[in-house]
Design a protein around this ligand. Structure first.
Ligand code: ZN
Length: 195
């Protein structure tokens, strides 16, 4: 069985989780002022969604590994690099921004068949559940930049749940987030068992 590693993109505080101030600046991700949901902070939403999914995984009896909510990307990568085997799964939850709408999943340049297959399924599942556009699965290259997360040496996925700067996407997320948690947990369980 493949091992499941779940990270939440960005960090929610400048603390390192061990009571010492982190050396890095806090990276809270996208911050948007939304008229209904007030201030949306991506790092916070990523951490909340991951916590909720991990509770459902506990309920299903599915094992997983988490890094600290407070870890900045560099620390998360170092943490997971030590743990993973090539067949393992590393998923880092993010929300998108920059003026689009819909769900997408980023996979590495030159993806494996497994990354392509499950990246497409993950994007479709998020889009269908939230009833937003399915932007599909995208290779890192099409973004024009390299992502640190893709350097964890295993099967990598970076879901961008929806656009935080799109009020309709956000409305759909808050409406369907509970069912999204249940469906993503089922999907992650299936991904572990696909060998
Ligand atoms: Zn992000």
């Amino acid at each position: 069985m493949r091992k499941l590693n779940l990270s939440a993109g960005h960090s929610v505080t400048i603390w390192d989780g061990f009571g010492k101030p982190a050396l890095h600046q806090a990276d809270r991700g996208i911050i948007v002022n939304n008229p209904v949901q007030r201030q949306l902070v991506e790092g916070d939403l990523n951490a909340r969604l991951r916590r909720f999914i991990s509770l459902q995984l506990d309920y299903l009896g599915v094992e997983y590994t988490l890094d600290h909510d407070e870890s900045v990307l560099r620390d998360s990568i170092a943490f997971f690099r030590k743990l993973v085997k090539p067949e393992d799964i590393a998923i880092e939850i993010h929300f998108n921004g920059g003026g689009g709408h819909g769900a997408e999943v980023i996979i590495p340049e030159n993806p494996s068949k497994y990354e392509r297959k499950w990246g497409e399924r993950m994007s479709k599942l998020i889009a269908e559940t939230l009833q937003i556009r399915d932007r599909g699965c995208k290779c890192e290259k099409t973004l024009g930049r390299r992502l640190g997360w893709m350097r964890v040496p295993c099967e990598n996925f970076l879901p961008e749940i929806c656009f935080l700067d799109n009020p309709k996407d956000v409305e759909q997320y808050f409406k369907f987030k509970t069912v999204l948690v249940l469906k993503l947990a089922d999907l992650f369980k299936e991904m572990r068992e696909d060998i």
